[in-house]
Design a protein. Structure first.
Length: 389
């Protein structure tokens, strides 16, 4: 039995080698990928354009990324893969090397399917990364555009696996990939209607994005939480790290770095105490704002800062907000957390010595404005209200 299978394999291999991968590409028109998304040939046309767009983001040569993407699916029509489907990609690499294709192009043909599971290696070479990302993002954007998203436990097109694959490739290779910009490039290749849909979803509210109602970004945020859970990390920090910038922050690597820095900060004594103080400030504000039917916006009046602890906190908040905002803009999240740590002592001193709900209504309002400044300042780094504990 084994000898017969090996004989078959040799026959198929020898027969395949009489043709080139490039000769097989037009035959992909005979393989339907999905009735609404066209054939495998149609996919290849989209993927090679997208791989070329992604290539500069990952340090790959655009011409080689395009070449690899054009040939990546060709072995699907080979005799060998027809008989042994599990060899897709592997045979493409073998035939590419046999035909003297660039070695990195050949390697990308095999690697672009990776990772196929949580323990599988991710592509490491830039060309393979570009093609793998293009392949998976084309699939995700396409199925989102035709409204074939996973529901409950049903995921017939393995879209969760594809998204997890993108996340792992991005994080494990330190890739800066602006999700929505890339989604729009992929959607444009899918046609005018897909492009329109993705433009509309971009205008979704933060709540919709984080609950992935129609939003592919939100779907990715949920998958990122899965990755964190599997790593034993705190997935509640994802929403906290996004804060009120969740509708615009779509760089997975930067989100992850912010989450990691926030997690390390909260593990310190300063982080633990500041979290308690900020949550106390937010709880007071929530109660009093509901009672008064208003938000205590605006800077506190310096002339009404009656006690030394108020004055010290007001100064600390002003100093920290500017420094933390700059650190975040510089993508130095460790520095931003170091600035936040400077608030711990003045916040503690304020709550130990100052009565927020003073009898004098002017003092009360001014102190609530000061609490709002704490809330606004910490929001430049993270939304502490979303952190458990």
């Amino acid at each position: 039995m084994i000898a017969a299978r090996l004989a078959d394999a040799k026959f198929f291999y020898d027969h395949d080698r009489k043709s080139s991968l490039e000769d097989w590409v037009p035959k992909l028109k005979e393989i339907t990928f999905h009735e609404k998304l066209g054939t495998q040939y149609d996919r290849v046309q989209r993927i090679f354009h997208l791989a070329r767009e992604i290539a500069p983001m990952v340090g790959a040569d655009p011409d080689l990324a395009e070449r690899a993407a054009i040939l990546a699916k060709a072995d699907l029509v080979s005799d060998m893969v027809g008989e042994f489907p599990e060899l897709q990609g592997v045979m493409g690499q073998c035939y590419a090397l046999d035909q003297k294709e660039n070695a990195t192009v050949a390697a990308a043909i095999a690697a672009h399917y990776k990772p196929v599971g949580p323990t599988d290696e991710v592509p490491r070479e830039p060309i393979a990364i570009a093609v793998a990302l293009a392949d998976k993002l084309d699939t995700l954007v396409g199925f989102w555009a035709i409204d074939e998203k996973p529901t409950g436990s049903k995921d017939p097109y393995a879209l969760r696996r594809a998204a997890l694959g993108v996340i792992r490739i991005v994080l494990e290779n330190d890739v800066r990939l602006p999700l929505h910009e890339t989604f729009m490039k992929a959607a444009k290749l899918h046609g005018v209607e897909a492009e329109r849909q993705f433009k509309e979803w971009r205008r979704a509210s933060l709540e919709d994005i984080l609950s992935h109602t129609g939003s592919l970004e939100g779907f990715f945020i949920d998958r990122l939480k899965v990755v964190l859970r599997e790593q034993g990390a705190r997935h509640d920090l994802v929403d906290a790290a996004l804060g009120e910038t969740g509708s615009s922050e779509d760089d997975l690597l930067m989100i992850m770095r912010r989450v990691e820095a926030l997690g390390r900060f909260l593990d310190t004594e300063d982080g633990e105490h500041l979290l308690a103080g900020v949550k106390r400030a937010m709880n007071i504000l929530r109660i009093e704002e509901k009672k008064d039917g208003r938000v205590f916006n605006g800077a506190p009046d310096p002339a009404l800062l009656d006690q030394p602890q108020e004055k010290a906190l007001a100064k600390a908040v002003d100093d920290v907000e500017a420094a933390a905002a700059k650190a975040v803009a510089d993508e130095d999240f460790e520095a931003a957390m170091s600035q936040m740590a400077k608030l711990r002592a003045p916040v503690d001193a304020f709550f130990d010595n100052v009565t927020v709900n003073a009898d004098d209504p002017k003092l009360r309002e001014n102190r609530l404005r000061l609490l709002n400044r704490i809330r606004a300042t910490t929001m430049t780094v993270a939304d502490f209200s979303k952190i458990a504990g």
